[in-house]
Design a protein around this ligand. Sequence first.
Ligand code: BDR
Ligand code: CA
Length: 305
Amino acid sequence: MTKVLIDCDPGIDDAMALALAAGATGLDLVAITTVGGNVDLSLTTANALALREFLGLGDIPVTPGSAGALMHRTVRAGDVHGDTGLGGAVLPPPLLAVAEGHAVDCIIDTLRAAPGEITLVAIGPLTNLALAVRREPRVVEWAHDLVIMGGSFTRGNHNPAAEFNILADPEAAAIVFGAGWTVKMLGLDVTLTAMVTTAELDRMRPLGRLAELLVPAAQFYGEVTEHGGPAIHDACAVAYVLDPSLVTMVPAVVNVETVGEFTRGMTVVDFQLRDRRPNALVATALNVPRFWDLVLEAYGRLAAR
Ligand code: BDR
Ligand code: CA
């Protein structure tokens, strides 16, 4: 059973990633931490609280973290995820409150308590993780693994150079990539292939109450057609944890551009190692049919509970 802490900014595809984690077998979600990202921290936290109960995640802690980037004004993606962050989905108001403390302490304490056991999955801006690394560098050795949705080696989405999660806090991303672990990076190069088309939407519709989250959220996120639709980026990171054989990973040296006039937030990915130690394994291909089978089986399991 893989123990996982998810740091997130829900976010439509964050919600779909959390639903995958909730329905999966072989994954033990031990904590959720939130960060300002797609929408403000107050909303990402409110959404995480609502999702915890809607997805039947019991009383696992939801701990709020950083509201903004380390050094500069950040960016938001409310235009993509809607004013609430969950698009057209409306969830019942949660009964349980947030855990006490700060996400950075939750990350450090959770890893310290189980060294070598917890996989960190970061699907928002990397601010909380960077602060955790700065505050307690041993989190790098305590983490079993670090899997992120972020960056790309081909293109950006928020602008031509930069992917949203990295652009939202490039300095934090630079700290995380430079911390000494091997970051498992699932960037736009593969996540943009994980699209909700009419075929997937048709498999979500019969999922009862869960469909009330998935269907309006997906439809808000982008136009769903037979051959294309919105990509559920963040679910790729959780899917990789569940089944690494879904993804082709290639060792690389990844640097984050923090000063470029037109390229700030770009992940500069060098697959030519030239005797250097890789600081990342970068996803270059995703088996999309098997990805969707895994995701929809987990959603089906969750809906049947
Ligand atoms: C990433 O940015 C956010 O808008 C999504 O939730 C995802 O984490 C995709 O670039
Ligand atoms: Ca996200």
